[in-house]
Write a protein that binds this ligand. Structure first.
Ligand code: IVH
Length: 794
């Protein structure tokens, strides 16, 4: 692809209708970079290199390709900012309170589960009333408006939820957004809502664009996003944008006790609200509301993709809080996906970062819910086999919201006669290494590791991605070019670029699209990351399987510093339980208590003599010998199990010794007990650390001077439970188990799943069982629920 991208003029000779999807994608990338470069030359440096007519040709070509392949539109597409005066771009804004997204429900059972989850969390009995506020889910983009002393001072897009873009000047041009609020209002008020465009305005705007030979927008959402993200507010002013308020961010005082109350206040301040809303109790009422809105959907003047249910009482919302990016107190109930039928032209196999082979359907382009789709995911090989999907089949494709389109099934009556079942490759299409499947896994993986160019490429792309190192100017495309040209092979190479440039070993200036200034900016951006990268970003960037952003954050918080984490992970890898131990633990008849007792007994030096004595008495039956050891926890079923498994007494001794040697150590136990981790994730982390080439990547980064910041210790360091490890067990009465955990974590405590020497407190509710007993045995403080509440401050 890189040689194609290097000569855009060749590509432009191909009529748009003849472009393959790969060519189209490559050319859109080239056009985005090239148009951005001309924008900068024209607007910032006042020295254009091409005529206005040639510039227009580039923009039109870009628009025409996007019109044919709308799914290829890039987030940095020039058509999202045509005519803009690209100054330095938008300023960044840190949100005072994170801007959340919403969890999704599709089936009625998922709505019921949401309601049940809320009740469980709050420990609300089934008959206690619980009201929800329901409203349509508008398909636009979310925006936060900050008012100080009643005046609009800042408007920001959501961005990644923590940090967005400053679009104040543009938002001031939206008529629905009041510049000043009528009193009374709190000194600080953040209004969260959705910027959107009505369907009629969208159609009118596209008609006008067509008359001016401008490419159309694919749907109202894109049109709204493109209009809001104009760098020139006078252009936004001409776009028919609207705004709905639906929630609050930071406020200097409480403005209402309920969600419906918030709506009334918003209305009083002059905001438009998304209607029709309703205050409802119970799953049936929610589902009736959903069905009703579904029926009225086409008649509403704007696009909606579902409805939102929110717990009405604000104090309950506060107790529920949020998990990762979504509130526990709200959920989006989405409308079913839109479907269409088309031919499956081919099945391509992509190789991902962890070597997973993913089948992708290449389709005759078809419009699904207003967007042209030409590729769809096929998930994995079992899915293809189960649905018997064959090349040449007529297939049903569906698309829901922002998710990747998927192939739902085959229309068998339309199957061509000569079709054959699809044979999934057992070798990596990229490097030819064997591709294997673990017995309990759905995916087949390339075994080539970093010798596989596809894996190496994906790992690098992951390394620089937004939630990882996120180096400005070093996006996925550039890193791929650098890799193809041998400038960057492993992550550490990014941080030696500057030195290599200085020493004259490589040159960046003069590469297509790179000038003195852009190279200097890139090297500065790299320096900034070298000097400080948050620990969780570093962990996430390594691309360990199953370690997503949330787990990376939990690990960072738990271990605190890079050194502590690395030491912990290496130790955990060494101390991973061996299969012999796992086998002993699963022998029927041998509970954890008898295993613990056996292990303790065999570890005690004073028992050695007894063992030797019995081992030298070969005519004793093994059952008798085991019983004679005098271990009181070793009951008859356990003895039978051991003899059945190992045979003779000597073999029992041998088997036990090997199993005990394979028992997990404290570092492993600690890792497994970190919230969100568990055995499967821990195994992935351990196997990552058992591979030398992974350790080399980490050492390489440290040697290149990358400085990793310690994780913030959770807020409330002055809380008496900050930094303490707590285990909850038994039934709690004032709140659900999950709420208890969430609150403890908010106070800076670490919540673990099982009791060890490192546990500080075990909070025992009603019917607390073995965990409380184990705590007493280990001398760990056991608290009642009341004592815990008193300690943690109520
Ligand atoms: S409430 C704390 N209400 O949907 C959660 N969101 O998919 C705040 N959205 O990011 C969201 N209509 O941009 C809420 N009536 C509505 C909405 C709505 C659209 C958007 C919002 C959110 C996204 C999540």
């Amino acid at each position: 692809m890189s040689d194609v991208a290097a000569s855009p003029s060749d590509l432009r000779a191909i009529p748009v209708d003849d472009l393959t999807i790969e060519q189209a994608q490559a050319e859109l990338a080239v056009l985005a970079a090239e148009i951005a470069r001309h924008d900068a030359l024209y607007h910032q440096q006042d020295r254009p290199e091409i005529t206005d007519a040639d510039y227009d040709r580039l923009v039109r070509r870009n628009g025409a390709i996007e019109a044919r392949f709308p799914e290829l539109q890039r987030s940095d597409s020039p058509s999202l900012r045509v005519g803009a005066a690209p100054a330095a771009g938008f300023g960044k804004v840190r949100h005072a309170m994170p801007m959340l997204s919403l969890g999704n429900a599709f089936a009625p059972e998922e709505v019921a589960e949401f309601v049940a989850r809320v009740r469980r969390f709050l420990s609300l009995p089934d008959n206690a009333p619980l009201a929800f506020e329901a409203e349509p889910k508008v398909d636009g983009l979310s925006c936060s408006l900050r008012y100080e002393d009643g005046r609009l001072v800042l408007a920001a897009t959501r961005g990644d939820g923590a940090e967005g873009e400053d679009v104040t000047a543009n938002v001031r041009t939206i008529r629905d957004v009041p510049a000043e609020l009528p009193p009374p209002f709190p000194a600080v008020l953040e209004v969260r809502g959705e910027v959107y465009m009505t369907r009629d305005d969208f159609l009118a705007m596209n008609r006008a664009r067509a008359e001016r030979d401008e490419p159309p927008f694919a749907n109202p959402r894109n049109a709204a996003a493109g209009s809001l993200r104009q760098l020139d507010p006078s252009i936004t002013a001409q776009r028919p944008l609207c705004f709905f308020g639906y929630a609050l961010g930071e406020t200097s005082e409480r403005v209402a006790d309920t969600q419906s109350g918030i709506r009334r206040r918003l209305k009083g301040w002059g905001f438009r609200l998304n209607r029709p809303a309703a205050r409802l109790g119970g799953v049936e009422a929610l589902l009736r509301y959903y069905a009703g809105i579904g029926r009225r959907r086409a008649a509403l003047p704007f696009d909606i993709d579902g409805v939102v249910y929110k717990v009405d009482a604000i104090d309950l919302q506060e107790r529920l809080g949020f998990v990762s990016r979504a509130p526990r107190w709200a959920i989006a109930h989405k409308f079913p996906a839109e479907q269409a039928q088309t031919r499956l032209k081919a099945i391509a196999i992509q190789v991902g970062r962890t070597g997973a082979l993913t089948p992708v359907a290449e389709l005759e382009p078809v419009t699904v819910g207003g967007v042209v789709v030409s590729r769809a995911t096929l998930h994995n090989e079992d899915e293809i086999a189960r649905k018997d999907i064959r090349v040449g089949d007529l297939v049903t494709v569906q698309r829901a919201g922002d998710v990747i389109p998927q192939v739902v099934g085959v229309i068998l009556s339309q199957r061509p006669h000569e079709s054959e079942s699809f044979v999934f490759p057992d070798h990596c299409p990229e490097c030819g290494s064997l591709a294997v499947r673990e017995p309990d896994e759905a995916v087949r993986r390339c075994t080539g590791g970093l010798i596989c160019p596809a894996q190496a490429k994906e790992r690098l792309r992951h390394f620089v991605s937004r939630n990882a190192f996120d180096i400005e100017g070093l996006g996925e495309k550039i890193i791929e070019e650098f890799r193809n040209d041998g400038l960057v092979r492993s992550p550490a190479d990014i941080f030696t670029l500057k030195d290599r440039v200085k020493r004259g070993e490589i040159t960046l200036v003069g590469r297509p699209g790179w000038k003195e200034k852009s190279v200097a900016n890139l090297l500065d951006a790299i320096e900034e990351r070298r000097n400080a990268i948050a620990l969780h970003r570093f962990i996430f960037a390594l691309g360990i399987r199953h370690v997503g952003e949330v787990t990376a954050k939990t690990l960072a918080r738990h271990y605190g510093s890079l050194d502590a984490w690395l030491e912990g992970m290496k130790a955990a890898a060494r101390e991973m339980p061996k299969p012999e131990w796992a086998e002993l633990r699963t022998l029927k008849g041998l509970g954890p208590a008898s295993v613990d007792a056996l292990r303790a007994w065999f570890a005690a030096p004073e028992n050695l003599e007894t063992v030797r004595f019995h081992a030298n008495a070969p005519d004793l039956r093994p059952e008798t010998a085991l019983r004679n050891l005098g271990i009181k926890e070793l009951k008859q079923p356990a003895i039978t199990a051991l003899v059945e498994r190992y045979g003779t007494f000597a073999a029992c001794l041998d088997g036990l010794r090997t199993a005990f040697a394979g028992a997990p150590g404290d570092a492993w136990t600690e890792l497994v007990n970190v919230r969100d981790v568990g055995a499967i994730v821990a195994e992935e982390i351990a196997s990552f650390f058992l591979e030398d080439r992974n350790l080399e990547v980490i050492e390489g980064l440290r040697a290149a001077g990358v400085r990793v910041e310690d994780a913030e210790v959770r807020q409330a360091a002055d809380s008496p439970v900050a930094g303490k490890t707590v285990v909850f067990t038994g039934t709690l009465t004032t709140m659900g188990r999950n709420e208890a955990k969430a609150r403890a974590e908010a106070l800076g405590a670490k919540v673990a799943g099982s009791v060890s020497k490192k546990t500080d407190y075990v909070v025992a509710g009603a019917d607390a069982g073995s965990k409380a007993a184990k705590a007493r045995e280990l001398g760990v403080t056991v608290l009642s629920e009341e004592e815990w509440l008193a300690l943690a401050g109520g």
